[in-house]
Design a protein around this ligand. Structure first.
Ligand code: AP5
Length: 215
């Protein structure tokens, strides 16, 4: 299976990716996670990306496209992949189409996680993540067992730099302006599955499985 997850920041892409990845045994590729790993490692890509990420803006297309051309040809994508956070612009979507055509591959589905801006702001303001293993927590709905300590690996649980309310609002505007138009792009290609992403995590998992089952 080759699937794209699209939705605003905080829609639950990372949270839902876990169940899809397990069900189909495919690689979960999050551009945000790759960029944060580069920031942490202090690479040239990380240094450039950080200034865009901290302001809630998109990292330039050329950098992202080059990064994904490489990542999508790694051996773990043989069985398929789940893209989380890519593509985010029309140019990225067209570059992905070209790459897949060159590789003789096609997409099976594009899942849109549909949720209101107010729910997003609430979820992101209370999100925490493990600095070490990336486990996603939430002070309201999924607190870390011991405050500040990851229950999986014992790493430090922190608030992401871009989860301040002012930056969350900028990320939402960027989503509506630059990424939301992709929903029509993929609807026109008859790949779109829209899932109501409000409510409890488990009910969304079921809706998502139902939507993908029709593909
Ligand atoms: P990225 O890391 O991709 O951030 P994002 O798209 O803004 O998405 P998030 O990770 O914030 O949210 P999510 O949808 O995964 O939600 P989550 O599951 O964590 O990108 C970061 C930055 O990198 C971008 O701003 C940009 O600068 C750059 N970048 C990345 N890709 C790029 C690209 N392709 N081009 C250019 N630049 C790029 O859930 C959120 C919270 O809600 C958690 O606390 C979770 O526990 C909780 N939650 C989830 N579901 C539920 C539920 N059903 N009920 C209650 N709480 C829930």
């Amino acid at each position: 299976m080759r699937i794209i997850l699209v939705g605003p920041p905080g829609a639950g892409k990372g949270t839902q990716a876990e169940s899809i990845k397990k069900k189909y045994d495919i690689a979960h590729i999050s551009t945000g996670d790759i960029l944060r790993a580069n920031v942490k490692a202090g690479t040239e890509l990380g240094k450039t990306a950080k200034q865009y990420m901290d302001a809630g803006n998109l990292v330039p297309d050329d950098l992202i496209i080059a990064m994904m051309e490489f990542r999508l040809q790694e051996p773990d994508t043989k069985n398929g992949f789940l893209l989380d956070g890519f593509p985010r612009t029309r140019r990225q979507a067209e570059a992905l189409d070209e790459l897949l055509e060159r590789l003789g591959l096609s997409l099976d589905a594009v899942v849109e996680l549909d949720v209101s801006d107010e729910v997003v702001v609430k979820r992101l303001s209370s999100r925490r993540v493990c600095r070490q293993c990336g486990e996603i927590y939430n002070t309201l709905t999924k607190p870390a067992g011991t405050e500040g300590v990851c229950g999986i690996c014992g790493g430090e649980v922190i608030r992401r730099d871009d989860d301040k309310e002012s930056v969350i609002r900028s990320r939402l505007s960027v989503f509506h302006e630059q990424t939301a138009p992709l929903i029509k792009y993929y609807r026109d290609k008859r790949l779109l599955v829209t899932v109501d992403a409000s409510g409890a995590k488990d009910s969304i998992v079921k809706r998502l499985a139902g939507g993908l089952g029709s593909k």
